[in-house]
Design a protein around this ligand. Structure first.
Ligand code: ZN
Ligand code: ZN
Length: 339
């Protein structure tokens, strides 16, 4: 029914998805949110295009995909819709996924994930991205199979969002989207990225983490030790939390911040919860990492529920900030997993 998202796109799909990403940039230049979508027939001919129009129509429901499906229902035959593919710059929200189902679509390809978007928008009045159940969970609850493929071309799609949310805050008042990293946090996160580099030099995978007290003093550092420790459980953050439980007081851990080069997986997030941590700052996202590792057996990155989902499913609130310093954090992964 669905593929993993790791299957390479065909050249035709890639070309059409890239065109949807271009539509997302055009939507932004037309004064709307940066989302675009299109429908193409099985030969790759574009049948319809749509942009987000939430601002120009002053209607928060005017998402690109819903706009597109509404035009399709109004102007195409059911047969045309049933055999078409919808390409969208970003994983559709629950509303748009439902529109695809009810509109009769059977194939959809998306670029960045909803979680990628949430990582960029954060909590934002203009674009209050849902903490998505994921489009597959919506599309697979219907009574027919809808083929879904994504995420794909994530960096290209994210670049449009970064341009959008990173500029013209005076017009858009989207300061929440890029806020959150103090100079102290930035210095310590960069230090954690340095620990990831050291992990590679020591024969392990490119992940590093540290704990710092509220004044910014480094209490503990940990590298990944999957390879030298001969255990696939030896992630940097879990190693770090094991050290913290042994060497720090509960009060020290409770007031510390954990900095990690990459968003922690579910196991490491659980270690943080059970270990008594209350604040986390991370570099690149788990979804971004998945783009690099693919199915590499050394690190078959989870198609994460996201560390926030794990950390905030507990009985106390854990502050989470990320992604940050993404280019610096991801540099070490470029070429690492494919070599
Ligand atoms: Zn939507
Ligand atoms: Zn982990």
């Amino acid at each position: 029914m669905t593929d993993s998202g790791l299957t390479p796109l065909s050249p035709l799909d890639e070309q059409l998805l890239r065109r949807a990403i271009a539509l997302s940039a055009r939507a932004a230049s037309n004064g709307n949110m940066a989302f675009g979508a299109l429908l193409a027939d099985p030969d790759g001919n574009v049948l319809l295009e749509a942009e987000n129009t939430t601002f120009t129509e002053q209607n928060a429901l005017r998402h690109a995909e819903t706009n597109l499906v509404e035009s399709a229902v109004a102007s195409l035959t059911p047969e045309q819709i049933a055999t078409a593919t919808l390409y969208t710059s970003c994983e559709p929200c629950a509303m748009c996924a439902g529109a695809m189902y009810w509109g009769g679509l059977n194939r959809m390809i998306y670029a960045m994930s909803e979680q990628d978007l949430l990582d960029i928008t954060g909590i934002n009045d203009h674009c209050p991205t849902m903490r998505g159940v994921g489009c597959r969970n919506v599309l697979e609850t219907g009574q027919r199979d809808i083929e879904v493929s994504g995420p794909h071309l994530v960096e290209e799609a994210c670049a449009v969002q970064h341009d959008y949310f990173g500029t013209s805050p005076e017009d858009r008042d989207l300061s929440d989207a890029t806020s959150g990293l103090s100079p102290l946090d930035e210095r310590l996160l960069r230090h954690a990225i340095g620990v990831a580099t050291r992990s590679v030099a020591n024969g392990n995978l490119p992940f590093g983490a540290l704990l710092a007290d509220p004044a910014g003093n480094v209490l503990l550092e940990a590298e990944n030790s999957d390879i030298t420790g001969k255990s696939p459980l030896n992630h940097a953050e879990t190693n770090l939390m094991r050290l913290a439980v042994e060497r720090l007081t509960p009060e020290q851990t409770a007031t510390a911040t954990l900095y990690t080069s990459c968003e922690p997986c579910a196991m490491c997030s659980g270690s943080m919860y059970w270990g008594g941590l209350n604040r986390l700052v991370y570099g690149m996202s788990e979804h971004h990492l998945l783009e690099y590792t693919g199915a590499n057996p050394l690190n078959p990155t989870m198609r994460g529920v996201g560390c926030r989902e794990v950390l905030n499913s507990g009985q106390r609130r854990i502050a989470v900030s990320g992604p940050h310093l993404v280019e610096e954090a991801s540099a070490i992964h470029q070429g690492y997993w494919s070599s």
